[in-house]
Design a protein around this ligand. Structure first.
Ligand code: SAH
Ligand code: SF4
Ligand code: F3S
Length: 492
């Protein structure tokens, strides 16, 4: 089926900066799915003999976007290089979620300025979530005029044409759609290794008050079940051992379908039947985590016993100010239900400390929730104000020193709980997917358990990509050491 909608604006003028106001709007218009993506024949040889490099700063979704850009560039004849000095095209695929992510990109742009001077034909592009921010685009326009191309998260499929434009244009090409576009299927993807990411939905409608993502990624749009399932089947056929289903809030999957009643639990139940050994998903919002999903996950099989369930805070007042729409009590009740249904589950989380006005007592509530939930690990962050979000306007009297001290205390607690959780595996034999020679210690192979824990052990590199049993001999806070107990038979 091909379904084309004409873009509302004239994109022949390649100057279209983003607007926060438009990005905030959630309209009722249909999201259409396009199956006719094609790179024009005359663009297919554009990159012949040329090299590209992409630097990725963001979350898994951002990484997966990079894989699609790699896929497109390679279909245009470009070849990947690790060496930026050799590259003819450099893209910075940026993240806007916290200020330090943005600072890194601006720092990098400073470095690349000299490279651009030495090599004027180099095409330097900025894409990803920062490009969706008004303030960022204005800053690049005024202070980094040597950038050749800016495009956003909604139009990555336009990369081939925008690149052509950038090569021939005398001025910076800026094309950022403030409003999300349609869903574009069939983009080429260059995936690496044994594990594959699969988008199941785009965007986020939750509007947590601190978060920029709903502005940079647009409204929630789910891919059609048949398209997701076909992609997973194909990955299984190609021999991938693990997939991670991606969405900012995967539990909202399917809420936007008007013609069918099919939600995340239904999708998981269908994927459970596909012969791919491990299925993960990220990220799930506690609000929409329903009993049906718990039931499907509890059946096990290829559904691994690891759930990442960001809590953000243990204080009801702060959760309210964050607009998370659940309470400490309802979160802990969900944790109880999950642990009851999946006794060996490993729970991990995200936490923000130092939200505007967070008191010592409110922070202590986060500490006590972390203890009660017994998270096996957590990503912890100091709150970072994001321009255009409601929290950025909230009064904040908590000094940075206090925030840092809270973060340190929280991290100590998380490390303590991680070691405690890891001790449960002491002396046990666990199934490990061998990922290859360890980057930190070439004497060891490294692999991951179903619960995503890292294991180092000695063995031949030829085991890469196989499932083996490893007996745990040493437990550390973030790592296990072990010995091979058995190698699983390879399927025919
Ligand atoms: N969609 C995911 C989160 C994506 S962002 C979810 O809702 O779970 C990943 C994490 O970054 C968030 O869970 C949050 O802990 C953190 N984060 C987001 N905005 C932030 C901000 N302004 N300051 C600090 N941390 C932030
Ligand atoms: Fe951000 Fe909240 Fe959406 Fe997660 S659910 S992406 S934290 S707005
Ligand atoms: Fe960053 Fe955008 Fe992902 S802001 S966390 S790259 S969705």
């Amino acid at each position: 089926m091909t379904d084309r909608k004409k873009p509302a604006k004239d994109y022949s003028i390649y100057f279209q900066p983003p607007s926060y106001r438009d990005a905030k709007r959630r309209g009722k218009e249909d999201v259409r799915v396009h199956y006719d993506f094609k790179i024009a024949d005359d663009l297919k040889s554009m990159g012949k003999g040329k090299f590209y490099h992409i630097q990725t700063y963001g979350c898994q979704m951002n990484e997966h976007d990079s894989e699609m850009m790699m896929g497109m560039l390679e279909e245009m004849g470009y070849t990947w290089t690790d060496n930026r000095e050799e590259a003819d095209v450099i893209l910075l695929n940026t993240c806007a979620v916290r200020e330090n992510a943005e600072d890194r990109v601006f720092g990098e742009l400073g470095h690349l300025k000299s490279l651009k001077k030495e090599k004027p034909d180099l095409i330097l592009g900025v894409c990803g979530c920062m490009s969706q921010e008004e303030g960022v685009v204005n800053r690049i326009l005024t202070r980094h005029q040597y950038v050749d191309l800016i495009f956003g998260t909604h139009n990555i499929h336009r990369l081939p044409e925008l690149l052509r434009e950038a090569v021939f244009a005398k001025e910076m090409v800026v094309e950022v759609w403030s409003k999300e576009g349609d869903i574009i299927e069939n983009l080429p993807k260059k995936r690496a290794g044994l594990k594959a990411w699969v988008n199941i939905m785009y965007g986020c409608d939750k509007f947590c008050t601190y978060c920029i993502v709903p502005y940079t990624r647009g409204k929630e749009r789910s891919r059609r079940p048949a398209d997701v399932i076909a992609e997973v089947r194909e990955l299984a056929r190609q021999g991938y051992k693990e997939i991670t289903l991606l969405g900012q809030n995967v539990n909202a999957y399917g809420k936007d379908f008007e013609d069918i009643d099919y939600r995340f639990a239904d999708l998981m139940a269908d994927i459970q039947k596909i012969d791919i050994p491990r299925v993960r998903f990220t990220t799930s919002h506690p609000r929409d985590f329903d009993d049906k999903l718990i039931e499907v996950l509890a059946r096990g099989g290829n559904m691994v016993e690891h759930i990442h369930l960001p809590v953000q805070s243990g204080s009801n007042e702060i959760l309210k100010k964050m607009s998370r729409k659940y309470t400490r009590e309802s979160y802990l009740e969900l944790v109880r239900k999950i642990k009851e249904a999946i006794p060996n589950v490993v729970l991990t989380t995200d936490i923000i400390v130092g939200f505007p006005g967070e008191t010592d007592a409110q922070f202590e509530e986060t500490m006590s929730l972390v203890r009660e939930a017994e998270f096996a690990s957590a990503f912890t962050f100091i709150y970072s104000p994001r321009e255009g979000t409601p929290a950025a306007k909230m009064a904040d009297d908590v000094p940075m020193e206090v925030k840092k001290e809270r973060l340190n205390r929280l991290n100590e607690l998380v490390a303590e709980l991680s070691l405690k959780d890891n001790m449960k595996l002491s002396g046990q034999t666990v199934e490990v997917l061998v990922e290859g020679v360890s980057k930190n210690n070439p004497e060891f192979l490294s692999g991951r358990t179903r619960t995503n824990k890292l294991v180092h052990f000695k063995g031949p590199a030829s085991l890469t990509g196989q499932f083996i049993d490893v007996k745990i001999t040493e437990v550390q806070t973030w790592l296990f050491k072990g010995e091979i107990a058995a190698v699983h038979a390879l399927e025919a």
